[in-house]
Design a protein around this ligand. Structure first.
Ligand code: FEO
Length: 169
């Protein structure tokens, strides 16, 4: 049985992951508008991953015999000035997700809920990868200007392939 506090926090995390998916759809649309199809594809793939993250937590709540709370999903920001703006916002967003995942792990630890803690460790590690991946893209963006080198980076981002981290879900 999950504690009420942990159930609430897990339910909020399902919402946060689906919000992330929605936010990344908005950013993908913005990148398309900027003429950066590869970037739009990379962010769209990120959105698919977020859906998978949220669904996996939903399934975990169900597996533990509980029912998640369902709250409205916030409206994402849709206007972005350029690709730097988009990726800076992605990094900020992922840093806030890291905080909420760490908070979840702390609740599971305080509850001595070893199963939930173990479950959440995947997300803790995933956040390290996500922040690092986005920081790498921001570093590259600082090096490229707005001409051919930006288009080359856009092509590179367009090669991302969605791999469902939880194929059994
Ligand atoms: Fe589900 Fe981008 O963390």
């Amino acid at each position: 049985m999950l504690s009420e506090k942990l159930l609430t926090a897990l339910s909020d995390q399902v919402n946060a992951e689906y919000y992330s998916a929605y936010l990344y759809l908005a950013m993908s649309a913005a990148a398309t508008k900027l003429g950066l199809k590869g970037t739009a594809h990379w962010i769209f793939t990120q959105s698919q991953e977020e859906m998978a993250h949220g669904t996996n937590i939903y399934n975990y709540i169900i597996e533990r015999g509980e029912t998640p709370a369902f709250k409205p999903i916030e409206k994402p920001v849709t206007e972005y000035t350029d690709v730097h703006h988009i990726f800076n916002e992605i990094l900020k967003h992922e840093q806030s997700v890291t905080k909420s995942i760490n908070n979840l792990a702390t609740i599971a630890m305080t509850d001595a809920d070893h199963a939930a803690y173990q479950f959440l460790m995947w997300y803790v590690n995933e956040q390290v990868e996500e922040e690092s991946g986005v920081s790498d893209i921001l570093d590259k963006l600082k090096l490229v200007g707005s001409g051919d080198s930006l288009l080359a980076l856009d092509n590179e981002l367009g090669a991302r392939v969605f791999v469902n981290p939880f194929p059994a879900n």
